[in-house]
Structure formats: structure tokens, C-alpha cells
Design a binder for this molecule. Structure first.
Ligand SMILES: [Fe+2]
Ligand SMILES: [Fe+2]
Length: 260
């Protein structure tokens, strides 16, 4: 039995096109890269944004083990019951206990158990509970049970994301940023052994503005009028980050960006 576990984190999957790309690409990627577990950010997986029971099903059928969310987790009411009932679909831990769903979970792969946490940033975002307090509480709840903890930090500002990484360095196995849909080139292992990337990127149409048709965004910039977003067409990319984690210590041994 291997001493390490290889965990792929996939950046925000956008709409049906992104779900289709994941279905086409993830199964062979899992084989090629010897991936043991897959965490997918699904906050934009529904057609028209947010997540729905249908889009969640698409992500699981593509091979996701855990689905994380973000500021769009609650956009579609039809997903609330799914969030309440599921242990493999989580939403940011910053929301109160009264809100549907849970902020952290444990993935049991048999040979390894992996804690997964979802936290929202607050810089240029909604004023939810303090992200550092939220991650502390989630770590405290999980560390009795698991050695490996992976955090999806869904935030806008690179400074907030990097500060968050250093804050949890040595206490979690890895942090991957999501929300900005543009993959950053700062994948690294922080001084105390936590794997880190500011943003894992996006799974969706390449010629787009964060998944949306560029002409719609340009029109909005020109006129300042509201516009209905439509998913761009054309070739899609799958972007993510692969962490190799020591099963005994929970430390990250290797981190690599993935573009497929
Ligand atoms: Fe997103
Ligand atoms: Fe987001």
C-alpha cells in the first residue's frame, strides 16, 4: 500500500459545457496521474450559475468524490434539500448552522480518510463569518478524526488567499483557492508543509470571461446596464491542482498544476 495519497482539486466547473468537459477528461486523467480522490468546486456547475441536483449528479458521474461550493452555493433553491441531505456536497463554513448544508466533511476512501473544508473569503465578498475563525473551528472538529485535511478557500483577493494559506500552514495538508476562475502559477509547499495554490482555475470554455461570453461582459462595461450572462461556446479546459500527501504525517510532498 502506498504511503502517499494523490488528491486532485478541480477549479470551478462552469455550466453544462464544464460538466461535459469533466466527464470527457476526468476518468482518463485519474488513470494517467494515479489520482486517489477528487474534489470539485461546483458552485457554477448549473446552466445559468449556482448548482442544482442535476449539475451535482453530472459532477459525481464524472468522478468527483466531494463537491465544494462558494458564494453561489445558495443561488438555486432547488439545491437546498440536496445540500441538507448530502455528506459529499459541502457549502462554505461561514454560513450559520440554520443555513442548508455543512461546511466540512470526511471522505472515506477505505485506505484513507480525508477531511475537506470549504471557506469563503470576505475581501470584496459578502460579509459572512470570519474565515479564520471558521477554518479554526472546522480543523478542531476534523483533526480528532483525520490526519489529512484539504481546504477550498473561495475568495476574491490574492492577498487574503495567501494570508489564509500561511494562517493554516502546518495544520492542514493543502489549501486550494477558487472563485477567480484564473489559475495562478504560485503552486508551492508552504514552510510548515501545507500545499498551496492561490487559484486552481476553471473548468469551462477557454475563450470566455470566467466562463461567460466576452461580448456580454464588454457590453456591460460599456453601458453599465445589467445583462443576462450566457456561457461561452467552443473548446473547454479542465484546470486544477494535484497534491501528493504523506498519509502518516498529513504533510504535502508535492504540488502540481493540472491543465487538461
Ligand atoms: Fe465560480
Ligand atoms: Fe464564486
Amino acid at each position: 500500500m502506498a504511503d502517499t495519497v494523490r488528491i486532485l482539486a478541480v477549479g470551478d466547473v462552469v455550466a453544462t459545457a464544464g460538466c461535459e468537459k469533466l466527464k470527457q477528461t476526468l476518468p482518463k486523467l485519474k488513470k494517467e496521474l494515479n489520482i486517489d480522490a477528487v474534489i470539485v468546486n461546483g458552485e457554477n456547475s448549473a446552466q445559468g450559475n449556482g448548482m442544482t441536483p442535476f449539475s451535482i449528479e453530472q459532477l459525481f458521474s464524472a468522478g468527483a468524490d466531494i463537491i465544494t461550493g462558494g458564494n453561489h452555493s445558495y443561488k438555486r433553491r432547488e439545491v437546498y434539500d440536496t445540500l441538507d441531505g448530502a455528506i459529499s456536497v459541502i457549502r462554505p463554513a461561514n454560513y450559520t448552522e440554520d443555513c442548508p448544508g455543512i461546511g466540512y466533511t470526511v471522505l472515506d476512501k477505505g485506505f484513507v480518510r480525508i477531511g475537506v473544508v470549504n471557506v469563503l473569503g470576505t475581501a470584496f465578498m459578502e460579509a459572512v463569518k470570519n474565515p479564520l475563525d471558521c477554518v479554526d473551528a472546522s480543523i478542531a472538529a476534523l483533526e480528532r478524526d483525520v490526519k489529512i485535511i484539504i481546504v477550498d478557500f473561495h475568495a476574491e483577493a490574492t492577498s487574503e488567499k495567501r494570508a489564509f494559506g500561511f494562517y493554516v500552514d502546518g495544520r492542514v495538508s493543502a489549501v486550494f483557492g477558487t472563485h477567480t476562475h484564473v489559475q495562478t502559477a504560485d503552486e508551492q509547499i508552504l514552510p510548515n508543509g501545507t500545499g498551496y495554490i492561490t487559484d486552481a482555475g476553471m473548468t469551462g470554455p477557454k475563450q470566455s470571461v470566467l466562463g461567460v461570453k466576452p461580448e456580454i461582459i464588454i457590453e456591460r462595461m460599456k453601458t453599465n446596464m445589467p445583462a443576462r450572462f450566457e456561457t461561452a461556446e467552443g473548446e473547454c479546459v479542465l484546470e486544477g491542482v494535484l497534491f501528493e500527501i504523506d498519509k502518516k504525517t498529513g504533510r504535502c510532498l508535492d504540488v502540481q498544476r493540472v491543465n487538461a
